[in-house]
Design a protein around this ligand. Structure first.
Ligand SMILES: *Cc1c(COP(=O)(O)O)cnc(C)c1O
Length: 443
């Protein structure tokens, strides 16, 4: 596609966008009495207007039925998790029985590590990406210690080559092969939250299996953002949250995937609860855990219906739009953002996009590494009504989300970025802003 740096071009793209009307189904946050330019769906997706009615339905059933809502509610709570199977499965490319909506992301990661990280004195290593999201780092560190191993010895973190920002697939494959005698598990983000790099999950899974390891992914930033085929790729397990690209509200319910090949294996260790027990016998309250088939067998507790209701409303919208259409728009929207930033003509020592340029290696997020006055730039953007996020020491993440962001949003953001950049440059030549980013590093 040939892009143009004009408001008219952006508006004509929006006009021709088949997903354009979805924006109206979301509340756009207000800044200074105007719609904000919201480019932070990677952190917290916007509220679908339909969430309120979905919550009210459950409040009403609780109000009118009390405990009977478990069986007589409009959406009986006893089977509430089943409402998600098909749609959640389409998000990650799974079979319905392979996915379950439950708990929160980090809880689910721990539960699945209990099942899929079974180290032995010979095979105990976990291969992961350096700079993984902190919750994942802490989960791995404490799991390794729980099994009596030392994190420095057992966790192998892969770093990009010197001078590069992203990991090469060939280097990941080589590291896995080199550790084939000692690696028990590969656990990586599907999309690194900091750089925005999408890993080649199919290739990594293949390499992991060839080395005799199991392979799991944290899809927090990938679910609802990029096309996934977890079943076909034979990924062993995965976890994700629903409040980022999936718009299900702060602290919203998490989700998990367990490949069919593991679903019927009673020998897998697991930490069980009554909601993972065979539902026919659940209320007999008998001894002896009998897991439900599929990912549902990892459930612990009865569902958190109020957060699940928000997810239900959000997922319905997602399913209506469909991942293929969303992904097609996403590539264009992110490409437009990249084009407009390039139009600013800055050198890599001023402002560098550290997200891969290759569309298959990124989602809708671009991470801008700002070498000077990054924090000041971020604050100017915020003051001008742009909502995005800052990651220490000097990265601004910008995420145009195809479900509710427009080409006009991206164009207006780029205009504000250009103006803010120029103002800061002028101020620093007058000595009004400290030229180096030393203050950024320490804050
Ligand atoms: C957002 C995110 C989390 C957050 O975990 P919660 O348990 O939902 O608080 C964890 N891991 C990654 C990779 C994330 O991006």
């Amino acid at each position: 596609m040939t892009y143009e740096n004009s408001l008219q071009f952006a508006r004509s793209q929006d006009h021709n966008d088949s997903l354009q009307t979805f924006r109206e189904r979301f509340y756009i946050p207000q800044v200074n009495g105007k719609d904000a330019i919201y480019l932070c769906g990677n952190s917290l997706g916007l509220q679908p207007k339909s969430v309120r009615a979905a919550l009210e339905q459950e409040l009403l059933d609780w109000q009118n039925l009390g405990v009977e809502g478990h069986f007589q509610g409009k959406n009986p709570w006893f089977r509430y998790h089943e409402l998600f199977s098909e749609k959640e499965a389409r998000i990650v490319g799974a079979q319905p029985a392979e996915v379950i909506v439950m708990n929160n992301l980090t809880t689910n990661l721990h539960l699945l590590l209990v099942s899929f990280y079974q180290p032995t004195p010979e095979r105990y290593r976990i291969i992961t990406e350096a700079g993984a999201f902190p919750s994942d780092q802490y989960a791995l560190e404490t799991q390794v210690k729980f099994h009596g191993f030392h994190p420095e010895e057992a966790i192998l973190e892969l770093k990009p080559r010197p001078g590069e920002c992203n990991l090469r697939t060939a280097d990941i494959e080589a590291a896995i092969a080199e550790n084939a005698h000692s690696v028990a598990l590969i656990l990586m983000g599907g999309l690194n939250y900091y750089t925005g790099q999408v890993f080649d999950l199919a290739a990594i899974t293949k390499a992991g299996h060839a080395a005799g390891a199991l392979v799991g992914f944290d899809l927090a930033h990938a679910a609802g953002n990029v096309l996934l085929s977890l079943h076909e790729w034979e990924v062993d397990f995965a976890v994700w949250c629903t409040y980022k690209y999936l718009n299900s509200g702060p602290g919203g319910v998490g989700a998990a995937f367990v490949h069919e090949k593991h679903a019927h294996n009673p020998d897998l260790p697991r930490f069980a609860g009554w909601w993972g027990h065979n539902p026919e016998e659940r209320f007999q309250m008998k001894k002896g855990f009998k897991p439900m088939a599929g990912a549902a067998g990892w459930q612990l507790s009865n569902g958190a219906i109020l957060t699940m209701a928000a997810h239900k409303a959000a997922l319905d919208i997602f399913d209506e739009a469909g991942m293929p259409a969303l992904r097609a728009k996403s590539e264009q929207l992110t490409g437009y953002l990249e084009f407009l930033i390039q139009e600013m003509g800055l050198s890599a020592t001023q402002l560098q996009i550290i997200t891969p340029a290759e569309p298959t290696a990124r989602g809708c997020q671009l991470s801008l590494l700002v070498h000077q006055n990054g924090r000041a730039l971020f604050e100017k953007l915020t003051a001008a009504g742009v909502i995005l996020d800052w990651r220490e020491p000097n990265v601004i993440r910008v995420a145009p989300v195809p479900l509710y962001n427009s080409f006009e949003d991206v164009f207006c953001f780029a205009e504000i970025l250009r103006k803010s950049w120029t103002e800061l440059e002028q101020a620093s030549t007058k000595g009004l802003v400290a030229p180096a980013n030393t203050s950024d590093q320490s804050s």
